[in-house]
Design a protein around this ligand. Structure first.
Ligand code: PMP
Length: 362
């Protein structure tokens, strides 16, 4: 059997490890950019009533029309723009790659950045070009990006706005220069839009190659797996052809439609996360010997003193707190950890544990 695997499975797939999510049972979970707030009980019972009406023996609406209408209204999606739904924005990244993939076609993104741009490119047989961000503040190195675009002629460019895992929001003028220089599509990935005031959504249509991708995951609905893509209808029509039938299941369609009708609840939660992000940042700032990077997202990147990140990550876990260890994930993330903004008491526990570990020298 191993011979057959070696013969059939592409070497680049054999070299991979399946996507791994660490066990978090019993831990304070600050590793995955989730919204820590649960739904109010009163809303939960209305939601369950809505689910009771679902006929689970039937396939869902293939287009998710009610959900599309709810999204358009709740998220101010321009009427003249196309909208496509995905099983998380991960699936939309995959659909985009499948739409344009051909031998030699390239995906360009900025690094350190979201790893799925590279991974999905690999699955689809596309080459990935990573252009490093500026080393001091993770801003766009515009000359380097423009030079890479000229040289590589990428079919797809991803710009996460704000960026994961660095948390900063890129300069909008730099983004426009990239959109204008790109020979292919530019996807502005606004996964973290609930935590920042800037967006390219209102600019769709200004450039024929601009698409905006979003997700409901970070606003408090990560369990539903729903992402969406907004762009010129002619592009959405093409990408829709590679979408699997019924990719958004009926439970997600009904639950997300319900949630978007009560978006004020989610907005309150994301507002609380933004306030708490400020407190967490200030508290991190007061810990000597570490550097917290300013964030427009629901997480903060922290650089620890030289060589201490692994021990501090392990020490936090021993104290019941799970964050993300990025040390070793990318050369520019040496000594870096990433913490998601949690409930006030969770953040306080994290700060107390981190302070103790840092003062003990890791
Ligand atoms: N884009 C970015 C920048 C992300 O950080 C993430 C999740 N970590 C995603 C997209 C994927 O989100 P989802 O598949 O949950 O919609």
């Amino acid at each position: 059997m191993n011979d057959l695997i070696a013969e059939l499975v592409r070497p680049e797939i054999r070299a991979l490890r399946a996507y791994h999510v660490p066990e978090a049972a019993g831990l304070i979970k600050l590793d995955a950019m989730e919204n820590p707030y649960v739904w109010p009980e009163a809303l939960k019972s209305d939601w369950l009533d809505a689910l009771r009406a679902v006929e689970i023996n039937r396939y869902p609406d293939p287009q998710g029309q009610a959900l599309q209408a709810a999204l358009r209204e709740a998220m101010d999606i321009p009427d003249d723009m196309g909208l496509l739904l995905g099983n998380g924005s991960d699936e939309i990244i995959q659909m985009l790659a499948m739409t344009v993939a051909q031998p030699g076609r390239k995906i360009l993104s900025l690094e350190p950045g979201f790893v799925m741009y590279r991974m999905i490119g690999l699955f689809a047989g596309m080459e990935h070009v990573g252009v490093p961000l500026a080393t001091d503040d993770f801003s766009i190195d515009l000359p380097a990006v423009l030079e890479a675009i000229e040289r590589e002629q990428p079919a797809l460019i991803y710009l996460a706005y704000p960026n994961n895992p660095t948390g900063n929001r890129f300069d909008a003028d730099d983004m426009v220069r990239i959109i204008e220089a790109a020979p292919g599509l530019v996807i502005v990935d606004e996964a973290y839009s609930p935590f920042t005031d800037a967006s390219f959504l209102g600019l769709i249509g200004d450039w024929p190659n601009l698409l905006v991708m979003r997700t409901v995951s970070k606003m408090g609905l990560a369990g539903l797996r729903l992402g969406y893509l907004v762009g010129p209808p002619a592009w959405i029509e093409q990408i829709d052809k590679v979408r699997l039938p019924y990719n958004v299941n009926v439970l997600t369609q009904v639950s997300a439609t319900f949630a978007l009708r009560h978006k004020a609840v989610l907005d309150e939660q994301t507002h609380a996360i933004r306030v708490e992000r400020g407190h967490l940042f200030e508290a991190l700032h007061r810990i000597p010997g570490i550097h917290a990077y300013p964030s427009e997202a629901n997480f903060i990147l922290i650089r620890m003193a030289d060589g201490t990140a692994d021990a501090i990550f392990a020490g936090l876990k021993e104290r019941g707190i799970l964050i993300k260890n990025l040390n070793g994930a990318h050369p520019q993330l040496k000594d870096c950890l990433r913490v998601t903004v949690g409930l006030p008491e969770e953040n306080a526990a994290f700060i107390a544990a981190l302070t103790a570990l840092v003062s003990a020298g890791g």
